[in-house]
Design a protein around this ligand. Structure first.
Ligand SMILES: O=C(O)c1ccccc1NCC(=O)[C@H](O)[C@H](O)COP(=O)(O)O
Length: 219
């Protein structure tokens, strides 16, 4: 099975190109005003054309209403939507139906008990994304650069299709992939030199570490 790799929070062509050159399967664009990675829909539309035919463009939103989603989808034509707020299962189903797009639903995880939250979303969301709970006082529901204890995912039904995220970087991704077997991984802060500033060298280093982890597990 090939591991999907999503580089999230892209705002500039050079970092997007580095992600694509390294074989990213997904590239994420953030639509959340408080984020240092927030992009205007029109700019995301320009950037996403670079990814067409090379990676899936994912639009990340937080409890967005229909008008916001309609405008974003029209301007950007994403391949997938990522819902990173408190969207209940009915809202996920409604968003999927309205836009005819696959949906990634994000969940904040601290311990194994938090995994119970996915039950009503099974068969509704196309994929889950497990992220760390935001630190106290954090303004962002994601992109905080903090990991959770990946071992809690051992309790998961192996049929659950999920991406692992939260504080991943080139130094810890090998250990994460030794402990758990996600369908994909997702990184944002770990490939940045400052909040919202993607670094081409760190993107290259992240993929290098992922490739090294793959070679070790194949050996
Ligand atoms: O990254 C953001 O700024 C963000 C803001 C609001 C909602 C979601 C956001 N990020 C979603 C992602 O998929 C991130 O890649 C994920 O949370 C992991 O981030 P990090 O821990 O920084 O690698």
């Amino acid at each position: 099975m090939t591991l999907d790799v999503k580089i999230c929070g892209l705002t500039k062509p050079d970092a997007l190109e580095a992600a694509l050159r390294n074989g990213a399967s997904h590239v994420g664009f953030i639509f959340f005003g408080k984020s240092p990675r927030n992009v205007a829909p029109a700019e995301a539309g320009r950037l996403r054309t670079l990814a067409t035919g090379r990676a899936r463009a994912v639009a990340v939103t937080v409890d967005a209403d229909d008008a916001t989603l309609d405008a974003m989808v029209a301007a950007m034509s994403p391949d997938m939507l990522q819902l990173h707020g408190h969207e209940p299962p009915e809202r996920v189903a409604a968003v999927k139906a309205r836009h005819g797009l696959p949906v990634i639903k994000a969940f904040s995880i601290r311990d194994a008990g938090d995994l119970a939250a996915i039950a009503p979303y099974r068969g509704v969301a196309d994929r889950f994304l497990f992220d760390a709970k935001p630190p106290k006082g954090a303004e962002l529901p994601g992109g905080n650069g903090v990991p959770f204890d990946w071992r809690v995912l051992a309790a998961l039904d192996p049929d659950v299709d999920y991406m692992l995220s939260g504080g991943l970087n080139s130094r810890n991704i090998g250990e994460a992939l030794r402990l758990v077997r996600p369908a994909g991984i997702d990184v944002s802060s770990g490939v940045e030199s400052a909040p919202g500033v993607k670094d081409v060298g760190l993107i290259d280093a992240f993929f290098e570490a992922v490739r090294a982890a793959g070679e070790r597990s194949a050996a």
